[in-house]
Ligand binder design. Sequence first.
Ligand code: ADP
Length: 225
Amino acid sequence: QGGIKIAMLSVEQASKHYEKNGATVKALDGVSLSIEPGEFVVVRGPSGSGKTTLLLLAGALLPPGSGEVLFENQNVYSMSREQRANLRATSVGFVFQQFNLIPYLSVLDNVLAPSLANPDPQAAQQAESLLERFNLGGRTSHLPAELSTGERQRVGLARALLKRPRLLLADEPTGNLDEDNAQTVLKSLADFAAEGGAVLMVTHSREAATYGHRAINLSQGKIVT
Ligand code: ADP
């Protein structure tokens, strides 16, 4: 047909093995997947099946033992360390289980922190409206320690969205949320994909999985159908 489609993220035959007490744990074992801009992909599988390892590989945080990870056709792990750090800073949003908020910065300053490298006069306003959307409008001057786990989770998501990444990686982003806040978060992820971003989301929740365009099931480091 002639048209060349460039995947946002392409994982090709990636494996990651660990030695543990003399045995080999195949955290990932020959996984291939490709995500286009605008796609919302859900990753499912039992505990220990390799979901977190896959997110770390996709996020330019963990090199595979073998195989390749391409971000818009660029080989992530043959880049220089600086190029990889730059890719993470500009193009990848992380919503992980440890929210990694800075304890002595307010909620608002935490959301703004990643954008300080590329200051935007509208960033503070955008940060406030994201916090408003996640029902944190009244909490912007609070410290992370003053928030509940679910509130901190939403601060982490606001921070990830504010920098307008190309790819958003989320590990159980609704794990600590009540139904209303979970829906708000999932809708935000769906909107992000509708605007051309790519989402890779690990979840155990059936309800959350319905927001994905397709699901990948992992079992013992392999994709199963
Ligand atoms: P999941 O996120 O699906 O629970 P993980 O990707 O965290 O799975 O882990 C997959 C397997 O790899 C597990 O058996 C885990 O114990 C093992 N594993 C992950 N990271 C390490 C590590 N740094 N050292 C040793 N084993 C690890």
